[in-house]
Unconditional design. Structure first.
Lengths: 307, 250
């Protein structure tokens, strides 16, 4: 049965062992990998539910600012600010996007792209929440392995939990809305209510990632709404293979360390990074995960024949 | 249930830009009737269906279901009252097995409500319903992905999805189109069975010969207007209908 459990055991054991064997620097990279993996999973859930988002930074930034504000002004400890920021960030992001849920495709995407950029300008102009300086000196998480395991265990739970959810009948409704929304409406199902639920789940995942990183950096400021947090998760999901959540995770595990490893190239880093991206997309347009899955299933069939 | 008509359409009109797709259409439908709606291409048949089921908003007029005004309601609310429709263009989820396509209607709040607040085993119900419409259980047709199924099965799948909603009024939009005679022969008994169960049915059709075999009332639409309403034989004798189908002389 090892053969069947192998694809699930590898990531779980990998996540648990990695913090123990990596150097301190790469441990920090691993945190970043997990944060981007969560953002990519959040993007993938939305994309599977018919909402193409260009604004994961909105969810990320909401969570980050909520955590920062609650810690700085109210003095709440991280074990309270992180769950509260997850829920409030998800809720506020959902409320902000609710009026445009009727928009589809590129129109919805444009709105999600613009909102985080607008929020940055609002913070800058109104000088609220520390303005351009942001809020610093926030409470750190208990250091060492705790911060690694917190995000890695969250990642494993979210990855496998949401994979199961998207495979269930409930997930079928969400994917049905993406495929043919009229057919879902025609079953007497209110598709906007389901889209709101998917949006809340996805934005809460993003907000959790933001709240977590705020306490790691002990700082929250305007950069949390930066485009990086919107674009890199999409690249990770596309390179890894969209529609599987596992692909989004795999993509982050490739792209984030790659970006770090290319630091030696200095100014040319982004050029090589771009080349890698193009290479992946051209050579494996289906995404790495779907390629591996196909090979694995071919292998599975060969085993069956041998019996 | 009141003694009035099940469905009442009054002065229903709709225009798309400058095109009057439907104008001042009136009709009533009693419980258990099978009404055929015919007319040349572009005469407003599908618009009529879309207006009744809320997929398109009307400009004026009213639609009442069991004496309740449902004009311009959201489709999902109308469907929950017990109206089920099929689409002219069947668009199943091709990569999914046929029976998994049934999950979406079986997830409907209406199904849950009728079952007393509990969903049953959806997969089992899906397989039973598909067997009823002729997906041979022994050949395991229901397990095949929709992408490999012939048109006849896809139409029956579409019908099974409507049946799954346990509706009282079925609106079947060109269910017969694109089917061979053999495939048709499998569909007609299903519709007759629905009638025996007391269901009310509206059929939009181009296949007049087959339609006239099972209905005794048709409405004819032309350029969005109702030009005839009655028994098939009388309707086809009327001059207005002949003109609409054959054009005027010289």
């Amino acid at each position: 049965m090892l053969y069947l459990s192998f694809p699930r055991l590898v990531p779980i054991i990998g996540f648990l062992v990695l913090p123990l064997i990596l150097s301190l620097y790469w441990q920090k990279v691993l945190l970043s990998v997990a944060v981007f993996a969560l953002l990519a999973i959040s993007w993938d859930i939305l994309a599977q539910s018919s909402m193409v988002s260009l604004g994961q930074a909105l969810f990320f930034g909401m969570g980050a600012y909520f955590a920062g504000i609650m810690n700085h002004y109210l003095g709440l400890p991280p074990f309270l600010t992180i769950p509260l920021a997850t829920l409030l960030g998800g809720l506020l992001s959902t409320l902000l996007l609710m009026p445009v849920l009727r928009l589809r495709g590129i129109y919805f995407a444009m709105v999600t792209l613009i909102i985080p950029l607008m929020l940055v300008r609002i913070i800058e102009a109104s000088k609220i929440f520390g303005g351009t300086d942001g809020l610093s000196g926030l409470t750190p998480l208990p250091g060492g392995l705790f911060e690694s395991y917190l995000i890695l265990i969250a990642l494993v739970v979210i990855l496998f939990g949401f994979r199961r959810l998207m495979d269930s009948d409930y997930g079928l409704i969400l994917r049905g809305i993406n495929d043919n929304d009229r057919s879902v409406m025609n079953a007497g199902i209110n598709i906007y209510w389901y889209k709101i639920q998917a949006l809340f789940m996805a934005s809460s995942i993003g907000a959790f990632a933001g709240a977590y990183l705020t306490h790691i950096y002990m700082f929250v400021g305007m950069p949390v709404f930066a485009l990086d947090y919107s674009i890199l998760p999409i690249a990770a999901a596309v390179v890894g293979g969209p529609g599987s959540l596992a692909g989004a995770t795999l993509g982050s595990f490739l792209l984030v360390p790659l970006s770090e490893a290319l630091r030696g190239f200095g100014g040319l880093r982004i050029v090589f990074y771009g080349l890698f991206l193009v290479l992946f997309v051209v050579a494996l347009p289906e995404g790495i995960f779907h390629y591996l899955q196909r090979k694995y299933e071919q292998f599975e069939r060969m085993v069956e024949v041998e019996k | 249930m009141s003694g009035g008509p099940l469905l009442q359409v009054q002065n229903l009109s709709k225009s798309f830009g400058g095109v009057q797709a439907l104008s001042q259409v009136n009709f009533e439908l009693a419980q258990g009737e099978l009404l055929g709606v015919i007319g040349p291409n572009g005469s407003g048949k599908t618009t009529l269906v879309n207006l009744i089921t809320g997929f398109v908003k009307s400009n004026s007029g009213t639609v009442s279901f069991r004496s309740q005004d449902i004009t311009n309601w959201a489709p999902y609310k109308i469907i929950r009252l017990g109206i089920a429709r099929t689409f002219q263009m069947v668009k199943p989820f091709y990569q999914l097995p046929a029976y998994k396509n049934m999950i979406i209607p079986l997830y409907s709040p209406r199904v849950k409500q009728l079952a007393g607040g509990k969903y049953g085993d959806r997969n089992a119900v899906a397989l039973d319903l598909l067997e009823e419409v002729g997906f041979e259980r022994d050949a395991r047709v229901a397990y095949k992905p929709a992408s490999v199924l012939p048109q006849g099965y896809l139409k029956r799948l579409e019908l099974a999805k409507a049946i799954a909603l346990q509706a009282d009024l079925f609106i079947l939009d060109e269910l017969f189109s694109g089917l061979s005679l053999a495939e048709l022969a499998t569909l007609i008994p299903i519709i007759e069975k629905l009638r025996q169960e007391g269901k009310t049915i509206i059929m939009i059709e181009h296949r007049l010969r087959e339609l006239f075999r099972i209905t005794n009332r048709v409405i004819v639409l032309n350029f969005g207007r109702k030009i005839a309403d009655g028994a098939p034989r009388e309707v086809m004798e009327s001059d207005a209908v002949k003109k609409a189908y054959l054009g005027t002389e010289g």
